[in-house]
Design a binder for this molecule. Structure first.
Ligand code: CMP
Length: 148
């Protein structure tokens, strides 16, 4: 089953949107197989955003992404990388389609609330940066729950 990495960025935490954004993924039917709050340090930020190190906005992005804790998640589901990218919308919230997370909650290009892996290869690389094997769970959400 395909997996993708999500980061609910510092602006999501600041604006108290964690629950509402996670709700969208649960409503879609995607499975959360890993989730934790972390404070991204410079080393992690350099690893995750290695493709952007030479971009003019990198210093500002670095300051932003390390400014508050974030929530990192691994989502699992069929074609999850593509499905989630559609749900998230254009990098620039002002250009995002109506109904996407970035359109509904944001107006900025940098403070765009959420990161979602761009490809299956990126997802594999990014998940390894933020999660140990034992922090990702394989479980059946429909399993029988014992009563008291
Ligand atoms: P993300 O999908 O996490 O990938 C790279 C991030 O860099 C992006 O979201 C934005 O937060 C940020 N970013 C991309 N382009 C710009 C830009 N032109 N100016 C500032 N930040 C940007």
């Amino acid at each position: 089953m395909e997996r993708t990495l999500i980061i609910l960025k510092p602006d999501t935490i600041q604006r108290k949107l964690i629950g509402r954004i996670i709700q969208r993924f649960e409503d879609k039917g995607l499975k959360i197989v890993g989730m934790k709050m972390i404070w991204i340090n410079k080393e992690l930020a350099y690893k995750h955003y290695e493709a952007h190190i030479n971009k003019p906005f990198f210093n500002s992005l670095l300051e932003f992404i390390t400014s508050l804790p974030v929530v990192v998640m691994v989502l699992e589901g069929p074609s999850v990388v593509e499905q989630v990218r559609k749900m998230v919308g254009n990098t620039d919230c002002k250009k995002a389609d109506v109904g996407t997370i970035r359109f509904d909650f944001g107006l900025s290009i940098q403070n765009n609330l959420i990161h979602a892996s761009e490809s299956i290869q990126d997802a594999e690389r990014e998940i390894k940066i933020f999660f140990k094997e034992e922090e990702i769970f394989s479980y059946d959400p429909n399993r029988y729950l014992p009563s008291e």
